[in-house]
Design a protein around this ligand. Structure first.
Ligand code: ZN
Length: 108
């Protein structure tokens, strides 16, 4: 495992956290916007901003490259896919996103 692979895996995990963050904060943002003075405008603004944020986060994950094989991380056939966006392994080479625990390095 090289330093570049570790950094790239951290980047993919960070992108996943961004997507989950957008999804989790959508409800509270809509709740706050529903209580604003100009309700319709606030709801439209929140919907627009969160839709763009979620779409960008999904797109960044769809086109994330595997640090080991260089192909799309979340794709099994080489085409960008949303279906495996939370897959724990690279769809091409099988590299795990989380580091593997090595208790006894001498047994590798
Ligand atoms: Zn790979």
């Amino acid at each position: 495992m090289t330093v570049e692979e570790t950094a790239a895996r951290g980047g993919i995990r960070r992108e996943r956290r961004w997507l989950l963050g957008w999804a989790i904060t959508l409800g509270p943002a809509l709740w706050v916007a529903a209580r604003a003075a100009n309700r319709e405008i606030a709801l439209a603004g929140v919907t627009l901003v969160w839709t763009i944020g979620i779409a960008l986060a999904i797109a960044r994950l769809m086109f994330a490259r595997c640090p080991r094989c260089g192909r799309l991380f979340h794709s099994a056939n080489g085409a960008p896919s949303v279906a495996k966006i939370f897959a724990p392994r690279c769809g091409q080479c099988g590299m795990r996103l989380k580091p593997e625990r090595i208790i006894y390095p001498s047994l590798e």
